[in-house]
Design a protein around this ligand. Structure first.
Ligand code: SF4
Ligand code: F3S
Ligand code: ZN
Length: 103
């Protein structure tokens, strides 16, 4: 599962689509965590798609990640600022790749 303490245990190494990327990153095999309020561990995501289908405010968008061992696309929290903290995505992800900090 995604580490809920990732902001303490990882370093912010990049920006993507307006959100932070938390390393380590070593493309294409290691992609890190995308987002902060809505965080997706790209190294765990298997492209199940439940988060994209269920999010009521369409926070997620597919991004292509060719060459990643788990899946060749990932759910990117492209609009994390729109999140209403419903926690549906956290509940439906089969690999617990998503953390939402509802504060
Ligand atoms: Fe969307 Fe709810 Fe997940 Fe926020 S917590 S990203 S609103 S499904
Ligand atoms: Fe990936 Fe989990 Fe969404 S596997 S596509 S983050 S439901
Ligand atoms: Zn991203």
């Amino acid at each position: 599962a995604i580490d809920p303490q990732f902001t303490e245990n990882r370093e912010k190494v990049d920006e993507h689509n307006g959100h932070a990327v938390w390393g380590p990153v070593d493309e294409p095999e290691e992609l890190g965590i995308h987002g902060t309020h809505v965080a997706v561990d790209f190294d765990l995501c298997i492209a199940d798609g439940a988060c994209l289908e269920d999010c009521p405010v369409d926070v997620f968008e597919w991004v292509d990640t060719p060459g990643h061992p788990e899946s060749e696309e990932k759910a990117d929290p492209a609009k994390e600022a729109q999140c209403i903290d419903c926690m549906l995505c956290v509940d439906v992800c089969p690999v617990d790749a998503i953390d939402v900090d509802a504060g």
